[in-house]
Design a protein around this ligand. Structure first.
Ligand SMILES: [Zn+2]
Length: 246
């Protein structure tokens, strides 16, 4: 019996060893900007445009209220949302477009699934995702992106090192505003309105049918009413962990 137990234990241990050799432990980096230290403070709004369409509730609110934001766009989204890209490009004082990858594939260089999405799975595939995202942005005539945020915002540490070598800073966040666009309007508004000096908020601008988008607008108008200053990542001194910005 004892022998059998020992045998089973060894099998279990070797299974753990095998799976850890294949699936990397992922990190979800944070990002903060330098606090304003006076007044109501300043925050950076970042929006992911993964695929799908454009949430014009958010886009219009940003334009009408002259609120600057950083938009992480994929190659897929750029191809399908020419009208929204046109609006963003017409307001270069408001919108900074950055790299969310070519095909919205997680920047993880080992084969695994993150929130049900298949990772890039190899170093070459991570490089292809990052470089094709930058190339898609270059084709729109936008300035060369300086920031990258991978699909799912999770990374293997070795992928982070590769992306940094390509010259990109990696954009984490400090407030998950809309829970991947799946939260209700009330909860989303509450999370965003609670932002403090130095926070970086992530939300989505590609889900026009989700209730979260309504909450995003309410939350950012609440911040504006408090006198919060909005900055883009290019205009702020962003500090992330896990070697994402230094
Ligand atoms: Zn995304």
């Amino acid at each position: 019996m004892r022998l059998l137990q020992r045998h089973l234990c060894m099998i279990a241990m070797s299974l753990v060893a095998v799976s850890s050799a294949h699936a990397a432990t992922l990190v979800e980096p944070t990002l903060h900007i330098k606090p304003a230290a006076s007044g109501a403070g300043r925050v950076a709004l970042t929006f992911d445009a993964c695929d799908g369409r454009t949430d014009t509730r958010i886009l219009s609110a940003l334009v009408e209220n002259k609120i600057p934001a950083t938009i992480f766009v994929t190659g897929i989204w750029l191809r399908r949302n020419a009208a929204a890209v046109e609006i963003m490009r017409a307001h270069p004082d408001l919108f900074e477009l950055e790299n969310h990858g070519g095909r919205h594939i997680p920047a993880v260089d080992t084969p695994q699934k993150i929130y049900g999405i298949k990772s890039a799975g190899s170093p070459d595939a991570v490089l292809a995702e990052v470089e094709s995202g930058a190339a898609a942005l270059a084709r729109t005539g936008e300035p060369t992106p300086k920031w990258f945020r991978g699909a799912t915002a999770e990374y293997s540490p070795s992928a982070i090192a590769m992306i940094r070598k390509l010259g990109f800073k990696i954009a984490g966040f400090s407030i998950n505003g809309d829970g991947g666009s799946l939260l209700g309007a009330k909860e989303t508004a509450k999370r965003i309105a609670a932002a403090k000096d130095g926070d970086v908020i992530i939300s989505h601008i590609n889900q026009p049918t989700h209730a979260a988008g309504e909450g995003v607008v309410q939350g950012l108008l609440a911040l504006k009413a408090k006198g919060m200053i909005f900055v883009r990542l290019d205009d702020a001194d962003g500090t992330g962990n896990h070697g994402t910005t230094d």
